[in-house]
Design a binder for this molecule. Structure first.
Ligand code: COA
Ligand code: AMP
Length: 630
């Protein structure tokens, strides 16, 4: 089938299209209602179907001849460990851990927060929660206690699952003290914490609240799969919005399972038995979809890699893993390849490895800049596919369906809309723009399966954040255009969300923290270009009258504050003191103009500006601080 035929069918007859795709799963009760509205008036998929996602990911394969196939390959250059886990072993571990959770009172619909490094137990915990029909919320290990506390208060978990530590190259990051601090800070108190002791650090346990993972598993009674409705939530994944409070993206069971299974073949062209490697982290959406659920639902082998693209031990790490496990697909963020290119510009380390099994390299998480695209393709000799997606959708909105028809890529473009995503470029009034014109990238409703139906505990935020700017469309928050061939070019966020090393962060949240410093009167944090990480946040700070603090001292205190509140992953390293910030007459800081100045772009001075000279002052400050890129 051609891409066009597949895509047109998904848009013109969505119910027929997705009914057929749903038949590819072993539901406990096949859905009859394919698309319906929920009480909030939101389109929902497979409302009357019954399934269990962990059953489909594990038991189904065990029952269908894949018990001995490898489900997980764990490769940890930071600890020197390598391990293979079969589908049967994984199913049994998951059933046992589900028993541990059940004994702690976890039932269908209860939340469990998981704060773990990249180890197989993180997947065991996620799948065990799913097995019970409960809802997991994984928090990325690079987030600080405050961020964890905010998520605990929002998700209100009954139980927390963690490990004694994570390892960042050679640094041991102790998780347990952070977990304890987070629970101390949060108003909601989980009733128990299950902690995996790793040999690199010993967690001190709180009597009566904390349980040792290994001891609990030794005596656990395996628990069965609990059937859930297609629309019941599988997980909540918090992502950065424009304010300090992260948004709890809700993923349902039915639509998610259908989209995951479908995408493994249509987008990535893999089948049961293939080795699929998403070099990301289970704390991000890429990790949820393509380290855990997608590969396992498809019966593939997934690689859990506890390392970096560089320095573990060198820039050949990705090629070593691809060769050693015969990965068919490698998926990571462009920043990972820029890091490899920086250390090994000629790709000399590639010569040490046989990549003949590797068919395609996929990238997402941030814009794939053409130099990185060309470098990766030329040094590896492999097709490189950019695809654009968001935590909110759970899978690619635009990409190249290598399992349907591979279209000729165009550097800088995420290629074309995926099945079910009716992508349109809109002007500020909501009119669809013709080819070549840049505007807001929006998706005409209904969204296809897997996309969020709400924000956890705050449906109004979902409505106002995504559905009200352009009635009848989902507003993605990204800007871009389509060319005459329908290829979509995503040019960057139109809001205060930035992408640093493929990690989505909120400058609004950083501003709230910076503004909390006693010497700071006002501030703006913007993302500027960074050759390695794509973007980096920079603070521009106006001091309070009479504040007596050296600029260097203030910068180091602000850097420390953001690191303490959000975590190292924020990469907030620079804060520049300024005399004034460009503003409108009503006092709104002109952040977009500041970004345009930093990016060396032409800009027009808005008529609403309060003081036009503030722009040349800003340009001068940025130039003196080496912040302007061309
Ligand atoms: N737990 C604790 N700390 C973490 C962490 C984790 N899981 N992940 C990152 N950090 C820390 C890092 O150690 C670093 O700390 P430092 O400031 O003390 O050095 C800080 O957060 C910033 O991390 P990062 O931005 O990742 O920078 P890096 O220099 O460690 O690595 C790359 C740079 C490009 C190699 C790395 O970001 C990478 O591999 N990215 C791949 C992309 C990816 O995984 N994207 C996810 C979505 S696809
Ligand atoms: P996240 O929710 O963390 O996956 O981040 C989603 C955001 O990352 C999107 O809204 C985009 O701004 C950006 N993004 C992800 N993939 C791409 C891509 N392939 N091209 C351009 N931007 C991307």
């Amino acid at each position: 089938m051609s891409y066009q035929a597949e895509y047109s069918k998904s848009i013109n007859t969505p119910e027929d299209f997705w009914r057929e795709k749903a038949e590819d799963l072993a539901w406990f009760k096949q859905p009859e209602q394919i698309l319906s509205k929920d009480a909030n008036g939101i389109d929902r998929w497979f409302a009357d179907g019954e399934l269990n996602t962990a059953y489909l990911a594990l038991d189904y394969h065990v029952e269908n001849g894949r018990a001995d196939n490898t489900a997980i390959i764990y490769d940890s250059p930071v600890t020197g460990q390598k391990r293979k886990i079969s589908y049967l072993e994984l199913r049994d571990d998951v059933a046992k851990f589900a028993g541990v959770l059940k004994a702690q009172g976890v039932e269908k619909g209860d939340r469990v927060v998981i704060y773990m490094p990249m180890i197989p137990e993180a997947l065991v915990a996620m799948l065990a929660v799913a097995r019970l029909g409960a809802v997991h919320s994984v928090v990325f290990g690079g987030f600080a206690p405050h961020e964890l506390a905010v998520r605990i208060d929002d998700a209100e978990p009954k139980v927390m699952v963690s490990a004694s530590c994570g390892i960042e190259i050679s640094k041991v990051i102790e998780y347990k003290p952070m977990l304890d601090q987070a629970i101390e800070k949060s108003a909601h108190k989980p009733s128990s914490c299950i902690v995996l002791q790793r040999p690199e650090a010993e967690a001190s346990m709180i009597e009566g609240r904390d349980l040792d993972w290994t001891e609990a598993m030794a005596t656990a009674e395996p628990a069965d799969c609990v059937p859930v409705k297609g629309t019941d939530p599988l997980y909540i994944l918090y992502t950065s919005g424009t304010t300090g409070k992260p948004k709890g993206v809700v993923r349902d069971n039915g639509g998610h399972a259908v989209a995951m299974k479908y995408s493994m073949k249509s987008v990535y062209n893999v089948e049961a038995g293939d080795v699929f490697w998403a070099a990301s982290d289970v704390g991000w959406v890429v990790g949820h979809s393509y380290i855990v659920y997608g590969p396992l639902l498809a019966g593939c082998t997934t690689i859990v890699y506890e390392g970096k693209p560089v320095r573990t031990p060198d820039a050949g790490a990705f090629w070593r893993v691809c060769e050693e496990y015969q990965a068919k697909v490698l998926f990571s963020a462009p920043t990972a390849f820029r890091a490899i290119k920086k250390e090994d510009p000629e790709g000399e380390l590639l010569a040490n490895y046989d990549l003949s099994n590797l068919k395609t390299i996929f990238m997402a998480g941030e814009r794939l800049d053409p130099p990185t695209y060309h470098w990766t393709m030329e040094t590896t000799g492999k097709p490189v596919i950019d695809h654009w997606w968001q935590t909110e959708t759970g899978w690619a909105i635009c990409g190249n369906m290598t399992g349907v028809e591979t279209l000729t890529p165009k550097p800088g473009s995420a290629t074309v809309p995926m099945s079910g995503f009716n992508v349109q470029i809109l002007d500020p009034e909501g009119n669809e723009l013709p080819a070549g014109e840049q505007g807001a990238v929006a998706i005409k409703l209904p969204l296809p399966p897997s996309c969020l139906p709400t924000v956890w505990g705050d449906h109004e935020r979902f409505r106002t954040g995504y559905l009200t700017d352009f009635p009848g469309y989902y507003c993605s928050g990204d800007g871009g255009y389509k060319d005459e061939d329908g290829y979509v070019f995503i040019m960057g966020r139109t809001d205060d969300v930035i992408n640093v090393a493929g990690h989505r962060l909120s400058t609004g949240e950083m501003e709230e923290i910076v503004a909390g410093h006693p010497a700071v009167a006002e501030c703006a944090v913007i993302g500027i270009n960074d050759p390695l990480k794509g973007q980096q946040p920079i603070g521009f700070v106006l001091l309070k009258n009479g504040a007596e603090i050296e600029d260097d001292q203030l910068e180091s205190e602000l850097v420390g504050l953001v690191r303490k509140e959000i975590g190292a992953v924020a990469c907030f390293k620079r804060a520049v003191v300024v005399d004034r910030l460009p503003k409108t007459r009503s006092g709104k800081i002109l952040r977009k103009l500041m970004r345009q100045i930093a990016d060396g772009q032409d800009y027009s001075v808005p008529s609403t500006i309060d003081d036009p000279t503030s722009l040349s002052v800003m340009e001068d400050v940025m130039s003196r601080n080496g912040l302007i890129t061309e």
